[in-house]
Design a protein around this ligand. Structure first.
Ligand code: PLP
Length: 388
C-alpha cells in the first residue's frame, strides 16, 4: 500500500493513549487515579439526556440539514447573545460533531504548502497536527509561564508574513489553563488591521470556565474582525457532553457555505437526537453548569496549593478551564520521564507537557476534573515519589 505523504504529518492527542494505558492498568487491578484526560467527571444533566431520548422516541432518526437544524442554530445564537452579549445570525452558525471538526476544517480551508498558520505552543495538540496535515507550516505562538501563559501580541504581529493565513487563539487554554488578557487581545486585533489577509480562529470551548470573577472575553466582540473570525465553541466541556459529539462554530459570512460543504463531504450532519439534546442544554436550567464550575474552582485551589508544596515543583494559578500546568524542572526529570514514573510507580495518570508542543518540556498537565479526594490522594502519591 502506498499512503499519501500527508498521512505521515498527522499527529495525535496523547491524552487518549494515556487514557487507554491507565484503563488497561486499572483492568489489571492497579489503583489508578486519572488526571490525564480532559473531560468533566460529571454526568450529562438529566434534562439533556431526556431530550435526546425523547427525540429518538419522537422519530428524529433521519438526516438533518448539514449545518444543523434551524432550532439548534437559533438556540446557539440566543446563547451567544446571553453569555457574550453579541448578536449573531443563526445562518452563520455551523453545528458539527464536537469542537475538533471546526479546527480541522479551518486548517483544511486555509492550509496548503507555502501557507503559514500560527498556533499556541504549548497548546491543544490537534492544532499543530491539523496544520501539518494540511501541508501548511506551523508557526508557534510561544506561551510562557511568567505571563500566566498569555501571549505577547506584539511578538505575534511581528511574525506575520505575506504567507500567514490563519492565527489560532485559545482562551481559556488547554493545557495551561491560561486566560489571555483583554489588553493583549486588543493589541492583537488593532495590529491585525494592517494584515487584512489573516483570518483568526478563536477556540473558546472553555468559555464558561473562567474563575476569580473574571468575565470571558470573546474575540467575537471585536467588530473589526467579524468578517474573518471563526469562533469555536461547543457542548463537550460546558455540559459534560464529551461523548455526545456536539460543537459549533460561527463562521464569517464568506465562509459559511464552504464550511457547510465540508460537513456534507465529511459527516452529512450531526446525529439528530444529539442536536435536540443540545437545544435542551442551551435553553434549559444552567444550575448544573454553575455547580460543576464551582467544583472545578475549588479543586483548582486544592491542586495548585498541593503542587506548590511539592519538592521541585511550582505551579501558577490557572485562570480557566480545568487544567493545572506545573513546572517540574526542579525535579531533575524530563516531563516524559515523570509522566511514566507517575503512571507506573504511583498509579497517577498525567500528561507530559511535550504532548502539547516542544515548549511544554519542563511541565506536566493535570486535569483536575476529578474528585477532591482523588486529587489529594494523587498529590500524596506524587509527593511520596518525589521525596523518595
Ligand atoms: N479545543 C480545546 C482547546 C480542547 O481542549 C478540546 C478538547 O479537549 C477541544 C477543542 C475538542 O473538543 P471536542 O471533544 O468537543 O471535540
Amino acid at each position: 500500500m502506498q499512503l499519501a505523504d500527508r498521512m505521515s504529518h498527522l499527529g495525535t492527542e496523547t491524552a487518549f493513549e494515556v487514557l487507554a494505558r491507565a484503563n488497561k492498568l486499572a483492568a489489571e487491578g492497579r489503583d489508578i487515579i486519572n488526571l490525564g484526560i480532559g473531560q468533566p467527571d460529571f454526568k450529562t444533566p438529566d434534562h439533556i439526556v431526556e431530550a435526546g431520548r425523547r427525540a429518538l422516541a419522537d422519530g428524529h432518526h433521519g438526516y438533518t440539514p448539514a449545518n444543523g437544524i434551524p432550532a439548534i442554530r437559533e438556540a446557539v445564537a440566543a446563547d451567544i447573545q446571553k453569555y457574550r452579549g453579541i448578536a449573531v445570525d443563526p445562518d452563520h452558525i455551523v453545528v458539527v460533531p464536537g469542537g475538533k471538526p471546526t479546527m480541522f476544517f479551518a486548517c483544511l480551508m486555509f492550509g496548503e504548502a507555502g501557507a503559514e498558520i500560527m498556533y499556541p505552543n504549548p497548546g491543544f495538540p490537534i492544532y499543530e497536527s491539523a496544520i501539518r496535515f494540511s501541508g501548511a507550516t506551523p508557526v508557534p505562538i510561544e506561551l510562557h509561564e511568567d505571563t500566566g501563559f498569555s501571549f505577547n501580541a506584539e511578538d505575534v504581529l511581528a511574525r506575520i508574513t505575506p504567507n500567514t493565513r490563519l492565527i489560532i487563539i485559545n482562551s481559556p487554554a488547554n493545557p495551561t489553563g491560561g486566560v489571555v488578557q483583554k489588553s493583549d487581545l486588543d493589541t492583537l486585533v488593532e495590529g491585525l488591521a494592517a494584515h487584512p489577509h489573516v483570518a483568526v480562529m478563536s477556540d473558546e470551548i472553555y468559555s464558561r470556565m473562567v474563575y476569580d470573577n473574571q468575565p470571558h472575553v470573546s474575540m467575537l466582540g471585536y467588530e473589526s474582525l467579524r468578517d474573518r473570525l471563526i469562533l469555536l465553541d461547543g457542548w463537550s466541556k460546558t455540559y459534560a457532553m464529551t461523548g455526545w459529539r456536539l460543537g459549533y462554530a460561527v463562521w464569517p459570512a464568506a465562509l459559511v457555505e464552504q464550511a457547510t460543504r465540508l460537513c456534507v463531504n465529511d459527516h452529512s450532519c450531526v446525529n439528530a437526537a444529539t442536536q435536540f439534546a443540545g437545544i435542551a442544554a442551551l435553553e434549559g436550567p444552567q444550575e448544573s453548569v454553575d455547580v460543576m464550575t464551582s467544583a472545578f474552582d475549588e479543586r483548582r485551589r486544592v491542586i495548585v496549593d498541593e503542587l506548590n508544596d511539592m519538592p521541585g515543583v511550582t505551579c501558577v494559578r490557572p485562570g480557566g478551564a480545568f487544567y493545572a500546568f506545573p513546572n517540574i524542572t526542579g525535579t531533575g526529570m524530563s516531563s516524559q520521564a515523570l509522566q511514566e514514573r507517575l503512571l507506573n510507580e504511583a498509579g497517577v495518570a498525567a500528561i507530559s507537557g511535550t504532548s502539547f508542543g516542544a515548549l511544554g518540556e519542563g511541565y506536566l498537565r493535570f486535569s483536575y476534573a476529578n474528585s477532591t479526594e482523588n486529587i489529594r490522594e494523587a498529590m500524596r502519591r506524587m509527593r511520596e515519589l518525589l521525596s523518595a
